[in-house]
Structure formats: structure tokens, C-alpha cells
Design a protein around this ligand. Sequence first.
Ligand code: HEC
Ligand code: HEC
Ligand code: HEC
Ligand code: HEC
Ligand code: HEC
Ligand code: HEC
Ligand code: HEC
Length: 355
Amino acid sequence: MTLLAAAAVAAAVLLLSNLSPHGAAAATPPTNSSAAPTCSACHSGIAAEYSHAAMQHALLRPGANPVLEEHPDLSVKLGNYSYSVQTRNGQSTYTVSDGNGSIALPIHWIFGQHSQTWVLEKDGIFYESQVSFFRRDQALATTPGHENVPHSLNEAIGRRTSHAELLKCFNCHSTGATEGVKLTLDKLRPGLSCERCHEGAARHMADAIHDNFTTLPRSLKAMNAEDSANFCGQCHRTWDTAIRNHWHGPEDVRFQPYRLMNSQCFLGSDPRISCIACHDPHKPVETNLESYDAKCLACHGVSRKSDPATVVKTCTVAKSNCASCHMPKIELPEGHAAFTDHQIRIVRGNEPYPN
Ligand code: HEC
Ligand code: HEC
Ligand code: HEC
Ligand code: HEC
Ligand code: HEC
Ligand code: HEC
Ligand code: HEC
């Protein structure tokens, strides 16, 4: 094992002397680009899988944005304002005009792998773009929550974001962008890197290279349902956050930990209903719904008197594809996107959205 690991590091170091760890996508070269090993030197399988995961690409930098590369000329007219997003040679420009004048801003901060919103900067002030790109429509439309009509060209850029909000945006979508209450955009690594979830991994890596495996990061495999809802909920929003903010209505379907905890299936101490029972965080979300059946049947398939948690009801309607009926897709009020309701339940035809 140790020998293998050492060989892998050597190979990685060789590779790295030619390649930046972020490939051509790196906008700011890593500080010690010459020979820094990466997690993939020893965890190559997980690293390869994770390179396709949306969380790895939750924030993108210019030149690394397949969505805008594929759609170099986007435009939409909303009321008195026309918007365009043009991409040339890896750089995209966001332009808003009202017929009399226009403002053009370079896009530096690209939020979202599927649908995208841009955080724009003008005269030291940051804006969340008024329009976003929606995957389903393959087009621009109003960013959710921006339905108010702008009164000036400046307002039409988008919603002015406070410093506190910016910290949160970058903290959920990237790594190293904040130090306390300071925004450290110069140190930011786009997307969620391994260390974003595996705290202490940098230390482990430095030690592992010298055959020291006594400083492993905390194992996350043993998280039960409640632990994982809180851990993943740091970004996907916890039950507490939803309650405290009085989030109600179909918008809250985005907040899976909150929805799941409202379900009768949720037993806090049971790992079978944890986020990681159904999702491998290193992989893109599995879209074949039948593949989740075993997760439901882990509880609903058998009744063992010795284990009260398994004494649960079985379905009288169907034997497979459970999630297709009991985890319905809910449209966001603005349209443009749907999310999977994690409040697992019996869905009756004309029932309003439960919350
Ligand atoms: C030199 C090789 C090496 C490097 C580099 C390395 N690891 Fe590891 N890592 C290991 C080995 C070996 C283990 C397993 C030790 C064991 O299970 O006894 C491990 C275990 C882990 C675990 C599992 C902890 C647990 O108990 O479940 C995590 C998480 C982890 N590494 C993350 C990382 C991350 C993130 C990086 C990059 C920042 C990284 N590692 C870099 C060799 C390495
Ligand atoms: C540091 C913040 C953060 C944490 C912690 C986090 N996520 Fe995410 N997750 C995100 C963001 C941001 C996205 C949206 C990425 C995108 O589409 O650009 C996302 C997307 C996802 C997706 C959709 C993937 C896809 O293919 O579309 C899944 C599934 C997911 N997360 C599961 C989890 C699970 C499970 C955990 C806990 C083990 C977790 N996340 C923890 C921020 C986080
Ligand atoms: C508390 C953490 C958190 C904050 C703060 C946050 N996001 Fe997210 N964001 C997420 C998670 C988790 C997802 C994935 C689930 C979803 O789409 O709601 C996501 C999804 C998105 C998506 C859709 C991604 C896709 O691939 O469809 C966009 C765009 C986005 N966020 C932009 C922003 C912007 C811009 C800000 C700041 C103005 C922001 N987010 C603030 C956690 C956060
Ligand atoms: C969104 C959070 C998140 C990110 C980002 C993430 N992991 Fe993990 N990782 C987890 C969770 C949760 C577990 C425990 C559940 C599991 O094994 O799937 C885990 C488990 C592991 C393990 C132990 C698995 C085993 O089978 O022993 C290793 C090693 C690991 N991760 C390495 C990495 C590396 C390397 C990266 C970056 C390429 C990475 N992780 C990125 C959340 C994350
Ligand atoms: C019992 C299984 C199960 C559990 C537990 C579960 N999910 Fe899901 N999740 C699913 C299914 C099924 C989908 C839909 C996949 C698809 O159609 O693409 C999904 C989709 C998602 C998505 C993609 C966006 C969406 O809503 O469609 C995110 C993000 C996500 N889950 C996060 C989480 C988090 C965070 C937790 C823990 C609080 C969690 N999930 C627990 C089954 C589960
Ligand atoms: C940790 C175990 C566990 C898992 C995993 C689980 N459930 Fe449940 N589920 C329960 C318990 C406990 C109840 C409460 C009623 C009972 O005793 O049957 C319940 C109730 C239900 C109900 C009835 C809810 C109502 O509104 O009357 C449905 C439907 C259901 N589950 C479907 C599912 C589906 C579909 C999955 C997989 C996506 C799933 N469950 C996963 C434990 C679980
Ligand atoms: C075609 C849609 C559909 C599929 C697929 C489906 N169910 Fe159901 N299920 C229903 C409906 C509808 C009910 C309510 C039946 C009634 O009480 O009239 C129900 C009821 C239930 C209940 C509550 C039973 C009770 O006695 O109250 C559970 C638990 C359940 N389903 C679990 C599952 C599981 C697990 C799967 C996958 C193996 C599954 N369902 C697949 C539609 C479906």
C-alpha cells in the first residue's frame, strides 16, 4: 500500500510538472504549481469520479464554461431592457441596454454548472445578474427572486448584493474564497474542492506523502440521517434554517434536508435515510429512479420484529420505481426548473403542496 502510494505520488509529481492541477481552466495559477501533489495521487478513483460532479463545478471561471461556449450569443428582452451575453475567446460579456445607453461588464464569476447566474462587479459593487441561463429552456430569463421592475440602467444589471451575502455565495460555491468576514477572491479555488468537505485533508495529505497515516480526516461514512442532513445542509439548507427564515411554498423544495426531515420516513439516528444512503457526493446525481428502489426497500421491504425501524408498511400499489410516485418533481414558481421533493409521501391528486 505504502509503496503503491509512493509510486502514485511520484507519477503525479511528474504529471504536475507539465500540467496545472486545474488543467487549462486555472485562472489563477496555484502558488506552488511546480510539484504540489494532489488528492488524486492516492485517491485516483474518487478524484476521477468527482471531476464530473456538479459540486466540483459549482463555480466556474472564464474560459472553463461549456454552457457559454456552446451558446456564444444569448439575448433576451425584458420590459424596457435588452440583455445579451456574448462569448468570444473564452471571455463572456454581459450587456444591458435601454435604448439610450448600455452597460457592458466582463463575466468573472459563474455560479452553477447546469443553470447559471453571474456575479458581476461594477465600481467595486457586486450584483447578482438580473438574468440567468436556464438549462431546460437553453435560454436567458429572469433570475428567480428578481421579479421587481428595475428603475434605472444600473438597477437593471441585477440585484446589489451585500458583503455578508457575497461571503455566503462564494462560501457555498467555492473553496478558499473567505477568511472570516474577508472576501479573498484572489485565493479562491472554483467549485468545491475535496478539502471543502474533508476538513483537515491538507494536513493528512502532507503527512500521507511521508507515510504517516495517523492524521486522517474525520470519516464521514458513519453519518446517520441527522448528521448528514446537517452536514449537507450547510449548503443545501438545514431544517432549522428553513424554519428560522419562514420559507414556505414550492420554493422550499430546493432545500432537500428540510423536506426530508418533514417526511415520515425520516428517523434521525438511522443511516438508511441519510443523504449518503442515496447519494454518492463524489458522483453526478443518479437519474435512473429505479436504482433508488433498494434504498426504500431497506426499510419498506422487510419487517423484522427485532429491529423496530424495519417494521414499516409496504406498498399496495407497486413493487418498483418507488421514487417516481413518492418523490414527485415540483416546479419552481417562476418555471424554468423543477426539483425532487424529498418529503417522501403518498401523493394524492388534488392535494396542495404540503409544507
Ligand atoms: C500519499 C497518499 C495520499 C494522499 C496524497 C491523500 N491521501 Fe487520503 N488517504 C490515504 C490512505 C492510504 C488512506 C486510508 C488509510 C486507512 O484507511 O487506513 C486515506 C484516507 C482518506 C480518507 C478517509 C478517512 C476515513 O477514515 O474514512 C479521506 C476522506 C481522505 N483520505 C481524503 C484525502 C484528501 C481530500 C486528500 C487530498 C487533500 C488526500 N486524502 C490525499 C492516502 C492519501
Ligand atoms: C459547501 C457547500 C456544499 C456542501 C457541504 C454540499 N453541497 Fe451538494 N451542492 C452544492 C452546490 C453549490 C451545488 C450546485 C452545483 C451546481 O449545479 O452548480 C450542489 C449540488 C448537489 C447535487 C446535485 C448534483 C447534480 O449532479 O446535479 C447533489 C446530489 C448534492 N449536491 C448532494 C450533496 C450531498 C449528499 C452532500 C453532503 C454529503 C452535499 N451535497 C454537500 C453545495 C454543497
Ligand atoms: C447556503 C449556501 C448557498 C448560498 C449562500 C448560495 N448558494 Fe447557490 N446553490 C447552493 C446549492 C446547495 C445549490 C444546489 C441546489 C439548488 O439548485 O438549489 C445551489 C444552486 C445554485 C444555482 C443553480 C445551479 C445549477 O446547476 O442549476 C445557481 C445559479 C446558484 N446556486 C447561484 C448562486 C448565487 C449567485 C448565489 C449568491 C447570490 C448563491 N447561489 C448563494 C447553495 C448556495
Ligand atoms: C460534498 C462533499 C464532499 C466532497 C467535495 C468530497 N467528498 Fe469525499 N466524502 C464525502 C462524504 C460524505 C463521504 C462519506 C460517504 C462516502 O463514502 O460516500 C466521503 C468519503 C470519502 C473517502 C472515504 C471513502 C472510502 O470508500 O473509504 C475518501 C477517500 C474521500 N471521500 C476522498 C475525497 C476526495 C479525494 C475528494 C476530492 C476529489 C472528495 N472526497 C470530495 C464528502 C465529500
Ligand atoms: C431515499 C433516497 C434519498 C435520500 C435519503 C436523499 N435523496 Fe436526494 N434525491 C433522491 C432522488 C430519487 C433524486 C432525484 C434524482 C433525479 O431524478 O435526477 C434526488 C435528487 C437530489 C438532488 C438534485 C436536485 C433535485 O432536487 O432534484 C439533490 C441536490 C439532492 N437529492 C440532495 C439530497 C440531500 C442533501 C439529501 C439529504 C438531506 C438527500 N438528497 C437525501 C433520493 C434521495
Ligand atoms: C429509514 C427507513 C426508511 C426509508 C429508507 C424509507 N422509509 Fe418510507 N417510511 C418509513 C417509516 C418509519 C414510515 C412511517 C410509516 C410506517 O411505519 O410505515 C414511512 C412512511 C412512508 C410512506 C407513507 C407516508 C404517508 O404519507 O402516509 C411512504 C409512501 C413511504 N414511506 C415511501 C418511501 C419511499 C418511496 C422510500 C424511498 C424513496 C422510503 N419510504 C424510504 C421508513 C423509511
Ligand atoms: C405508481 C405509483 C406508485 C409506485 C411506483 C409506488 N407506490 Fe407506494 N403508494 C402509491 C399510492 C397511490 C399509495 C397509497 C395507496 C392508498 O392508500 O390508497 C401508496 C402507498 C404506499 C405506502 C403506504 C402504505 C400504507 O399502508 O399506508 C408505502 C409505505 C409505499 N407506498 C411505499 C412504496 C415503495 C417502497 C415503493 C417501491 C417499492 C412504492 N411505494 C412504489 C403509489 C405508488
